[in-house]
Design a protein around this ligand. Structure first.
Ligand code: M6R
Length: 629
């Protein structure tokens, strides 16, 4: 249950656990399979399990599997929650991913008499596995399953053989874990394009979607590669290829996943993470100069000749990370004079993008596990492009599958709504942009140092904004009844507007739209009506060509009845007469402004969600890490 709770960020609409029972001295069920499931967050499963335990229904056990779900096929109900069990109730399976040929397989299985009790794609796998497991013509597999003997060993081999047989029939993406009451000392797993890591302990072993699931018990992890199968007993871990040939395990250390994040006195993780941003940005940009004063990215081991020869950069990411990419475009194009495209990862490969060996792809991801982004980088690398990942999670799939990794040092981000990861991602792209400008000869070393010095001042400016949050909080508390908010921004303020709107949608369930301010008159202004809240991110007055146009936009919406909330630089009095409320940020170079102007928008959404009584850290329908396409 502790492992599951560490993975709850992946989905929290229902959860379940299956436990194989063994002979026990207290009279609990033996040679059994006990399955407990509950809709909603993990606390509901905990309660159900505690109730069962009190009634003596939890067996002594040598193996168990559990799952937290983010619904893809079928509503979040007990029937659709994992684990799913075979018709005889003796075999259980959990699944992440999507089985794309589930409909065809279900039709075949129905014709053979299999009955389905859920709407999930997963249930076809449990029936296929059960059928193979009891098939007299099953292929034979014999390999090390330490600790199993006699009949249990023979059935263990059969379960592995059944998994080998079944995965060959599956299309799509999956991590599968299965156990049977016939082999209570064994878990068999398989993966294709969904993550799976093994934790190697002393007389105990673990499987998890990521290492956080077991890092409290062991830091010795084993990688499970694409299309590999794993058989785990308390004493052995056997990694196989898709044909069942045993492979050498590849161990790595997961010390970094050991500490469990706590709220440290903050009411929510999101509040805490918003307030961690000065440190997250500072840690991300720290110690980047070498002894000669040149910007050095030790992690980015791509030959400088390739970086110099790149003729285009494509940034791929999703959600908030994609907005960080949009901010990056302004800086990198300006500093490096290289064309930068920013593409939602899930759109990227399906539009047949022009990617060559001279394309530099930058994948941005907090989790490093977003399936859309993983698929995008695979596609890019197949075309010969080099991929630099900007990720917050060391050892994650994206970091392992990229040519180079630039880590953001934001620390674990627990709240589903991304905050400190966003600003750390932007800071990392600035570092990357300055590094490229230096390598490609667009900026002299002293110019890069000058930009860096100004960047180093950002954390204290973020703190300045955080210390003056009261106006933001008060404004948010007056807006619990609004049902629509419009966000406007221009230049680097545009992605900030998009991010502000996303925060409001995901936390407050309020319809919110971010627009490029210049686009207003091309249509969105028709939305403005009496009292419509409009939040405007105003550029610095030191860039009058941007500033004056946005101030005009404020006047335009105000003239049509909008309630205007303005994010403006300290001392910019030109906005005062047109703004109902002003959120102030300190003066800073234009390209760095998003790191400041997004802070009030994060606080605003967080405070408004709390005032509405919403779950700030785990908003409805979402998952922290979207591990399906
Ligand atoms: O882990 P990633 O950065 O790859 O996640 C990408 C998006 O799913 C994520 O930023 C999402 O949009 C957040 N919930 C936004 O707050």
């Amino acid at each position: 249950m502790d492992g599951l709770s560490r993975l709850e960020y992946r989905g929290y609409d229902s959860a379940g656990i299956a436990i194989t029972g063994v002979e026990d001295s207290d009279g609990g069920p033996a040679g059994s399979l006990t399955v407990v499931k509950a809709v909603g967050k993990l606390t509901n499963l905990r309660a159900a399990l505690a109730e069962l335990e009190a009634a003596g229904g939890v067996p002594d056990s040598r193996s168990a599997i559990g799952h937290t779900r983010w619904a893809t096929h079928g509503h979040p109900t007990v029937e659709n929650a994992h684990p799913h069990v075979s018709m005889d109730g003796r075999l259980a399976l959990v699944h992440n991913g999507i089985i794309e040929n589930a409909d065809a397989l279900r039709t075949q299985l129905r014709a053979e008499g299999y009955e389905f009790t859920s709407e999930t794609d997963t249930e076809v796998v449990v029936h296929l596995l059960d059928r193979a497991f009891h098939d007299p013509d099953l292929i034979s597999w014999e390999g090390p399953l330490d600790g199993l003997e006699g009949g249990e060993l023979a059935r263990g081999w059969a379960l592995v053989a059944a998994m080998i047989t079944v995965v060959a029939r599956l299309e799509g993406t999956f991590t599968l874990l299965a156990l049977s009451q016939e082999v209570p000392g064994l878990i068999v797993a398989a993966r294709r394009s969904s993550p799976l890591v093994v934790g190697r302990g002393e007389g105990e072993n673990f499987l998890g979607s990521d290492a956080m699931a077991f890092a409290a018990h062991t830091t010795d992890a084993i990688e499970v590669g694409q299309d590999q199968i794993v058989a785990v007993t308390a004493d052995s871990v056997t990694i196989m290829d898709r044909e069942g040939s045993v492979l050498e395990p590849h161990h790595f250390n997961v010390d970094f996943a050991r500490d469990r994040a706590t709220k440290d006195g903050w009411p929510t993780f999101m509040e805490k993470e918003i307030h961690e941003q000065p440190r997250a940005i500072a840690d991300t940009i720290a110690d980047r100069l070498d002894s000669e004063g040149r910007l050095a990215l030790d992690e980015v081991r791509i030959p400088e000749s390739l970086l110099r020869g790149a003729d285009k950069m494509i940034i791929v990411a999703c959600g908030t990370a994609a907005y960080a990419g949009l901010v990056a475009r302004y800086a990198i194009e300006h500093w490096c004079r290289i064309p930068v495209e920013v593409e939602l990862a899930h759109e990227f490969r399906y539009r047949d993008p022009v990617v060559t060996e001279k394309t530099l792809v930058v994948a941005i991801s907090q989790s490093g596990e977003t399936m859309d982004t993983i698929m995008a980088i695979r596609h890019a690398r197949e075309q010969g492009a080099k991929v630099i990942a900007i990720v917050n999670t060391p050892g994650s799939t994206i970091s392992r599958e990229s040519d180079a990794v630039l880590l953001t040092h934001a620390g674990p981000e627990i709240a589903v709504a991304s905050t400190k990861a966003f600003t750390a991602q932007i800071a990392a792209t600035y570092i990357l942009g300055l590094y490229l400008a230096q390598v490609r000869g667009n900026k002299y070393v002293d110019e890069v140092q000058d930009y860096l010095e100004k960047l180093e001042k950002i954390p204290e400016k973020v703190q300045w904004v955080l210390d003056r949050a009261e106006t933001v909080r008060q404004t948010a508390r007056t807006m619990t009844d609004v049902d629509s908010v419009i966000y406007l921004g221009r230049h680097v303020g545009y992605p900030v507007a998009l991010e502000g709107a996303l925060k409001l949608k995901e936390l407050c369930y309020i319809h919110a739209e971010g627009f490029a301010a210049g686009e207003l008159k091309h249509g969105p202004i028709a939305l403005i009506d009496e009292g419509q809240p409009v939040i405007v991110v105003v550029p610095t007055p030191r860039r009058p060509e941007l500033h004056n146009k946005v101030v005009s936009n404020i006047q335009e919406v105000r003239a049509r009845g909008a309630r205007t909330i303005v994010v403006a630089e300290e001392g910019d009095t030109s906005v005062d007469e047109f703004a109902d409320v002003v959120f102030r940020v300190p003066a800073t170079p234009t390209l760095y402004m998003p790191l400041l102007s997004v802070i009030p928008l994060q606080l605003f959404a967080c405070e408004l969600a709390a005032a509405k009584g919403n779950d700030v850290d785990q908003p409805r329908n979402l998952a922290k890490s979207v591990t399906v396409e």
